[in-house]
Design a protein around this ligand. Structure first.
Ligand code: FAD
Length: 377
């Protein structure tokens, strides 16, 4: 049977970043992707924000990898000419009650090592965002926006140029432990089915990372790897009102961080989007329900009182691979070498929700270091 050194499952932004970090080092690296191209799931269905690292508990992987990942991503964008803008963001307290939550966020951001954070008074907020309503705000000047599609394409071409083999329309369907690593069965492309052996296996399968872990023999409930998909829809603001907001505008954060609250993002073309909301779902569908416009409006009008229902158009949706069950506490990313479960060479990347786009390069680096430490790279 054909044997390779490293197999990565999933050509989202995280799998691609891992492929770039591990390729070109004299090991044979294969990237398997069930879709016909890269980044067709969560990696191309998100807010495209380069987060600064404010929200996440100190010491968590999310906090550390976000601060490091944002720095790496800005450098990567400069070096590879990926369009981005350090547009800045305000987290707005819309009442005195919310001010305390926003100030807590400020302190947490500083503890996490985020640079440049400042509290704005009402008049300072007005100067920056004259049409946004609020009593004060946290300013994060280091938050930016990126063209995620160009990032994905650049990572793909970089991985290929470093010698990585990328197999599209190729779904991993079974994993068997063997004395030499893992035997992987693959469906596709087309009616083709085959198996090959790999010494290491990186599970970067996004919404299906729990399925892949189960295939490898991990009990996903006792490991707490079960994924609870949480859908987020977006609505676009049409017409001239798009120009009434200058940067990214977020509300004071939701309890338990199911999402960051319906926020206002601008893309690089200057169009304005509201979203995402957060709903647990049983099936993967990217349809946007136009009937949700009124709920969006109700929440967004606290910050943007000039909006009317007619201004909103259904836009797109993405689905978060959450480890946090409904009503459960917030969870960190899982980035784990499964040697302690008797599965050496298997690295699980599970629950890579937001800020996974920002963290991707830092996660790729961490995967590389983990393989090096285990003498697998
Ligand atoms: C609504 C929303 C907004 C977000 N906003 C932001 C943001 O502004 N900033 C930020 O930093 N992060 C954001 N995120 C998070 C970010 O998008 C994700 O963390 C990141 O894209 C995850 O990348 P990934 O490669 O792990 O997953 P994915 O992009 O989902 O890639 C996984 C890949 O695995 C493939 N796959 C699955 N099973 C198999 C199999 N059996 N065989 C072969 N291939 C398989 C899938 O087809 C897929 O391409 C947001 C997420 C959502 C949902």
């Amino acid at each position: 049977m054909l044997q390779v050194d490293i197999t990565i499952v999933g050509a989202g932004v995280v799998g691609l970043a891992a492929a770039c970090a591990c390729s070109g080092r004299g090991r044979q690296v294969v990237l398997l992707e069930k879709e016909p191209g890269p980044g067709r799931e969560t990696s191309s269905r998100n807010s495209e924000v380069i987060h600064a690292g404010i929200y996440y508990p100190g010491g968590s992987l999310k906090a550390g990898l976000c601060v490091e990942g944002a720095r790496m991503l800005y450098d990567f964008c400069d070096e590879h000419r990926i369009p981005f803008k350090r547009i800045g963001k305000v987290v707005v307290a819309s009442s005195t009650h919310e001010e305390r939550a926003v100030e807590d966020l400020w302190r947490r951001g500083i503890e996490n090592g985020v640079e440049g954070l400042a509290m704005l008074t009402r008049s300072e907020l007005r100067k920056r965002e004259p049409h946004v309503s609020g009593v004060s705000a946290l300013l994060s000047p280091n938050t930016g926006i990126i063209d995620s599609h160009r990032l994905i394409r650049r990572l793909e071409s970089l991985a290929l140029s470093l010698g990585c083999t990328i197999l599209y329309s190729s779904r991993l369907t079974a994993i068997d432990r063997s004395p030499h690593g893992y035997s992987c069965r693959v469906d596709g492309p087309g009616p083709e089915q085959y198996a090959f052996l790999t010494s290491s296996l990186i599970n970067s399968a996004g919404l299906e990372a729990d399925t892949i872990a189960a295939m490898a023999g991990i009990d996903i409930d006792s490991a707490a790897y079960r994924i609870y998909p949480v859908k987020g829809e977006y609505f676009r603001v049409r017409g001239k009102k798009q120009a009434l907001v200058n940067g990214l505008v977020y509300p004071s954060p939701e309890k338990n961080l199911t999402g960051l609250g319906i926020h206002v993002t601008k893309d690089l073309a200057g169009s304005l989007r509201l979203g995402p909301d957060a709903r647990y779902v049983d099936t993967i569908s990217y349809e946007v329900n136009p009937a949700h416009a009124s709920a969006f409006l109700e929440r967004a009008r606290t910050l943007l009182p000039f909006l009317l229902e007619d201004d909103l158009l259904p836009d797109m949706a993405g689905i978060r691979p959450k480890l946090q069950p409904p009503g459960g506490g917030i969870r960190d990313f899982v980035i784990h070498h499964e040697a302690d479960r008797g599965l050496p060479g298997l690295i699980s990347l599970v629950g890579i929700e937001s800020p996974g786009l920002t963290c991707a390069l830092a996660i790729g680096d961490m995967v590389k270091r983990t393989l090096e430490e285990a003498d697998l790279l």
